[in-house]
Design a protein around this ligand. Structure first.
Ligand code: ADP
Ligand code: MG
Length: 202
């Protein structure tokens, strides 16, 4: 409860109703998101920046197939037709290493395991090749072996696509493994920040 998710939601322009901004700036590739209009933030979300959450079941829509959900962002932001968007959705399912992806494309979220659902979320978040991906405790709901697979996947996709990843996690092993820089939050404040190796050593 130290404000990690709130910070992520603030970056995305998704703070709940009733939150007021006290100050500060949020820059994405030089653009101040804190000053951006809602329409601009809507255009950036899902294309320039996207976010994956702790519990994929609450973030996925139960009444649409995973293929249609991944395709939606592509149709909206990249103006692809249904056929092309589904082709790209299939390529994304393959990129996140979902077995039998062509069959899974037409599956509903409840037909997939927790690990598979989190991979679908990652596929959806990366479909438009955003500059920034925020992963808010993406593996907390998963068992340990699947956690490691998801971290490996994020790392591989980052190498491949060059997406900047803000990973929110309690898993210091994953931080040491994945992060170039780390910020340690405690009781709402950043109490330590720096190059991962230096922070770990200290
Ligand atoms: N900057 C902030 N200003 C006001 N309230 C905050 C702020 N950050 C966190 N909170 C409050 O603390 C609660 C927990 O924050 P959250 O970001 O969900 O913590 P976590 O670090 O566990 O993700 C939020 O629901 C909100 O009420
Ligand atoms: Mg949180």
């Amino acid at each position: 409860g130290c404000g990690k998710s709130m910070t992520a939601l603030a970056i995305m322009g998704l703070l709940p109703e009733g939150f007021a901004r006290a100050g500060g700036r949020i820059r994405l590739a030089g653009e101040d998101l804190a000053a951006a209009k809602p329409a601009r933030l809507r255009a950036l979300r899902g294309s320039a920046m996207s976010m994956i959450f702790q519990e994929p079941m609450t973030a996925l829509n139960p009444v649409y197939t995973v293929g249609d959900q991944i395709a939606e962002a592509l149709r909206l932001h990249q103006r692809l037709g249904r056929r092309d968007a589904l082709d790209r959705a299939l390529a994304m399912l393959r990129a996140v290493q979902i077995p039998a992806a062509d069959r899974r494309l037409h599956a509903y979220p409840h037909e997939l395991s927790g690990g598979m659902r989190q991979r679908v979320m990652i596929a959806m978040a990366l479909a438009c090749r955003p500059k920034l991906l925020i992963a808010d405790e993406p593996t907390t709901a998963l068992d340990v072996t699947v956690q490691a697979q998801v971290f490996d996947l994020l790392k591989a996709l980052q190498d491949e696509m060059g997406t900047a990843i803000v990973l929110i996690t309690h898993d210091l092993g994953a931080v040491a493994d994945i992060a170039d820089t780390v910020a340690v939050l405690y009781a709402g404040r950043c109490i330590e920040q720096g190059e991962t190796r230096a922070v770990m050593r200290a």
